[in-house]
Structure formats: structure tokens, C-alpha cells
Ligand binder design. Structure first.
Ligand SMILES: [Zn+2]
Length: 262
């Protein structure tokens, strides 16, 4: 058995994102039906998820889509991953689980098509697409305000830059407030956290109850409400959530980490 073609796309993927990591492949084989195992393998070589496909015909393109969940159902860790395609071992056939297959199928020598199996996977996206900074001390969580403290982190960026969902989920609130301006609260899928985005240039197109994917556009950086400059005011709230009994936490360490890769 040989691998005629295999392409993983897109190159950068997010948990609960717009596009799941997917693999398109075709095998060459003298047998009309082939039982295959496709593993998602992390950079340390560990199998995080396995797919079993039986009776795969040669020269037929098949597609595998991975939702970013590990075998235990939890989101996989950030990192570099690859798909690995192999014949199912007798052991796999019996148990449909277990150890990774040892003999990955290699690219066919007669093929000129590309074999690219790797991609990057991240749990969160940085919410501002474009140049930005984290402002002075007044932009940070806990900074003094008249009568209260700053409950989020400001991300200074030009008005009009796209904002995207750091983590997808369900829109909990979408509206306008005299201080927050146009703003949006998203119940982040699988996190227990709520994410708030404020001062959007326009009223959010997404309405309460709508689903949103990680990395999905939310609107544009603005300065609506009580803002003295164009920026995103970003909050993170612990479970059970924003104005549901949760508390705001300092989002800066999270933002700084996401900023390093997205
Ligand atoms: Zn702010």
C-alpha cells in the first residue's frame, strides 16, 4: 500500500474553529478494499485521536475531519500535529483502539502529488487582527477608575481592525451600554468562562443565542461608549459567568500567551 496524495488543511487551526483540521488522501493498493487507521499525532509522537476507515478503495479521495478533541473528549493541547495513515493491525481490528500503528504508509514512489500532513492547532485566537499593544498601566486589570476598578485589559489598536472570537461558543449578550459602547459577551465553549468585547465600532451583527466559532469575526475595533482612544476592552469572567455570579479575572496572561502564536 502506498500514499498517492495527502493534504492537511488549513495550516493554522483552532479548537471549535471555523474550519476543522482536515485531511484529504488517496492510497494506492493492489487490493480493492483496505482497512485503514488514521491517527492525529502530536509533536512528541503521541497519538491523541484515531479514526478507523474500512474498505477504502485505491485511488479514491477520502476526507478525515478532526474536531480538536483528544480521545478523552477534552480539547487537545496547543501545538504542531500531523495526520498519520496506516493499515489497521490485527490488534486494531479486534479492539478498534489501543497502541498507535507502527507502520505508517509512505508516499508512493510513482506519485508526483504533494504529501503534507502537518498543521498547527490552538485552543484560543488572539482577538485583534493587526498591530496592537497593551497600553500603559491604566489599561491593565485592576487599574483605578472613578468609583470602581478596571475589570479587563485594554488592547490598543487602530479603529477598524477586525476583532475575532478568542474562543467560540454561544453569544450570551449583544447590545449597547453607555460605558462599554457596542459590546458582546460570549459563553466560551468548554471553558466555563465568559468573554466580553467592548467599544466595537458598530452594533454587533451576532445576537444572543447565536453560535460563534473560535476566530470568527465579531466586528471592528472602535471607541464607542466611554473610550478615549480606539481599543478593545476585553474581559474574562469565571463560571458561572458574567453577571451570573462569576468574577472578572485578569485576562492579560491569557492575551499575552495567545499573542505569541496568533
Ligand atoms: Zn478597558
Amino acid at each position: 500500500m502506498t500514499l498517492l496524495s495527502a493534504t492537511a488543511a488549513p495550516r493554522k487551526t483552532f479548537y471549535y474553529g471555523f474550519r476543522y483540521p482536515s485531511l484529504q488522501f488517496a492510497i494506492g493498493s493492489t487490493q480493492p478494499a483496505n482497512d485503514l487507521r488514521i491517527d492525529v499525532v502530536d509533536s512528541a509522537g503521541a497519538v491523541v485521536k484515531s479514526f478507523f476507515r474500512n474498505d477504502v478503495a485505491p485511488d479514491a479521495t477520502r476526507t478525515i475531519r478532526w474536531d480538536g478533541s483528544a480521545t478523552d473528549g477534552r480539547p487537545a493541547r496547543n501545538g504542531h500535529y500531523r495526520f498519520q495513515i496506516a493499515p489497521q493491525s490485527a490488534e486494531d481490528t479486534a479492539t478498534a483502539a489501543g497502541k498507535p500503528a507502527t507502520r505508517a504508509i509512505r508516499r508512493g514512489s510513482s506519485s508526483s502529488q504533494a504529501v503534507s500532513l502537518s498543521f498547527d492547532f490552538y485552543a484560543f485566537a488572539f482577538p485583534v487582527l493587526g498591530p496592537h499593544d497593551f497600553g500603559d498601566s491604566g489599561a491593565h486589570f485592576g487599574a483605578g477608575r472613578s468609583g470602581h476598578t478596571h475589570q479587563g485589559q485594554d488592547v490598543m489598536a487602530d479603529c477598524g481592525l477586525p476583532l475575532v472570537a478568542a474562543r467560540g461558543g454561544t453569544v450570551q449578550y449583544s447590545g449597547y451600554h453607555s460605558a462599554a459602547g457596542n459590546y458582546l459577551v460570549i459563553d466560551g465553549r468548554g471553558t466555563g468562562l465568559d468573554f466580553l468585547y467592548a467599544h466595537l465600532a458598530e452594533p454587533p451583527a451576532l445576537k444572543a443565542g447565536e453560535r460563534v466559532r473560535t476566530g470568527q469575526p465579531l466586528g471592528l475595533v472602535g471607541e464607542t461608549g466611554n473610550a478615549s482612544a480606539c481599543h478593545l476592552h476585553f474581559e474574562m469572567w469565571t463560571a458561572p459567568g458574567w453577571y451570573q455570579g462569576g468574577s472578572p479575572i485578569d485576562p492579560y496572561p491569557f492575551l499575552a500567551r495567545w499573542d505569541r502564536y496568533s
